[in-house]
Write a protein that binds this ligand. Structure first.
Ligand code: 1HE
Length: 261
């Protein structure tokens, strides 16, 4: 299958890692319909042999959120609802896709840009990154799953504050709250994200699947269902030939130890 992407997305492949750039820097990587549909298409068709994806933004900012020029032309309430559901599908294809995604955040990570970042699994931030939810000022609401994902990340009251007052969070504040799991020096974020993605891609695919799909559902759902799903997932992972080989490698002292980093 050929992977056709809009001009606002650019793909490069570094052995097992695909690096997907938001490449509409002139518009600060604002998310128009083509880009959101392109993201969904890419994450539904991650090429064979790719074990992890890095998502980053070209130009001075990661992403300015919803393309306000397109939003102004939404013709009806029904179109608005369907539009938001289109974003949900695309961002769910990221969070619950086939491979883990590491995002590299710099500059403005605002509105739908923060919603997009929240759908990725590991986030690396450079010092220029800052986070905002200007929907209140724009007369909008979150529409890319952000009212579900971002409160789970930083807490409902903080999201409330950001949305009501327009407060932005610095990179340090965002890191302390868990928006980013890694900080990188200026200009080094992409290399760090690729290094992490390479490491993630060496995990057994079934383990990565379980981590992406079972962990958040178990953490957020009811405990009884979570324990049962965990048991099913643990059995599924352990029974793969890949797991048996990896365990044998460890016991034969052919595998690495868990050491301080
Ligand atoms: C845009 C957008 C956009 C820039 N839609 N065109 N998002 C926002 O409310 C954020 C709006 N943007 C900004 O606050 C600033 O543009 C930035 C802080 C991100 C960047 O500032 P700066 O000085 O680097 O760039 P700029 O000069 O403001 O913008 C460069 C161009 O990008 C300019 O177009 P030009 O034709 O005049 O060159 C801007 O109009 C354009 N641009 N951001 C359209 N967002 C599913 S619901 C999600 C709801 C939301 O995401 S609400 C938040 C929307």
């Amino acid at each position: 299958m050929t992977l056709e992407l809009p001009s606002s997305l650019t793909l490069e492949t570094i052995d097992t890692v695909a690096v997907l750039h938001l490449s509409r820097a002139a518009k600060r990587n604002a998310l128009n319909d083509d880009t959101v549909n392109g993201l969904g298409h890419f994450f539904r068709h991650v090429p064979d042999g790719i074990g992890a994806v890095v998502l980053c933004g070209d130009g001075p900012h990661f992403c300015a959120g919803l393309d306000l020029a397109e939003a102004v032309a939404v013709p009806s309430l029904r179109h608005g609802i369907l539009h938001s559901q289109m974003w949900h599908r695309a961002f769910n294809d990221i969070q619950f896709g086939s491979v883990p995604v590491v995002s590299m955040l710099h500059g403005a990570v605002v509105g739908g840009g923060l919603e997009l970042a929240a759908a990725t699994h590991v986030r690396v931030a450079e010092p220029s990154a800052y986070y905002g939810l200007p929907e209140g000022q724009r007369g909008l609401f979150l529409g890319g799953g952000g009212s579900v994902r971002i409160p789970r990340l930083i807490g409902t009251q903080r999201v409330m504050d950001m949305m009501l007052t327009g407060r932005t969070l610095s990179v340090e504040e965002g890191h302390a709250l868990g928006i980013s799991q890694y900080l990188a020096p200026a200009g080094e974020g992409l290399a760090k994200a690729i290094e992490l993605a390479r490491r993630i891609a060496t995990n057994a695919p079934m383990s990565n699947f379980a981590i992406m799909h079972a962990l958040p559902r178990n953490a957020e759902g009811d405990p009884a269902t979570g324990y049962f799903t965990e048991a099913l997932m643990a059995g599924a992972a352990e029974s793969t030939p890949e797991a048996k080989q990896r365990l044998a490698d460890f016991l034969a002292k052919r595998a690495g130890k868990v050491t301080r980093q």
